[in-house]
Design a protein around this ligand. Structure first.
Ligand SMILES: [Ca+2]
Ligand SMILES: [Ca+2]
Length: 108
């Protein structure tokens, strides 16, 4: 269990800090260039070794930009980060469950 799971408010605060950090031109929105930096850091944080190319950045950008105004605001980023975080937690939990059931099989 991470602190993020226990406290949604502090998770959103962390995302807001990242948002401010990566909003280099301080226009309260994230453009594709800024998103690339954001994704690079996010992937490093979660030890994800996928390559980040222009197509991927564009794909993620359109996914996060839920109102299709061609910019990412803080709320959109927080919603995306929440889904992203939940999915990672699910995957980690499934992997743990798999390990547990395999070790139980060994004992039988
Ligand atoms: Ca910006
Ligand atoms: Ca938007």
């Amino acid at each position: 269990m991470t602190a993020w799971q226990n406290d949604e408010a502090s998770f959103f605060v962390e995302v807001a800090k990242l948002f401010i950090e990566f909003d280099c031109n301080e226009d309260d929105s994230i453009d594709r260039r800024e998103l690339r930096h954001f994704l690079t850091s996010l992937f490093e944080m979660f030890h994800i070794k996928s390559p980040i190319n222009d197509d991927y950045v564009d794909y993620v950008f359109r996914k996060i930009d839920s109102n299709n105004d061609n910019s990412i605001n803080l709320v959109e980023m927080q919603q995306f980060a929440k889904i992203f975080n939940n999915r990672l937690v699910d995957q980690a939990q499934k992997a743990l469950d798999k390990l547990k059931s395999e070790s139980q099989d060994d004992q039988q």
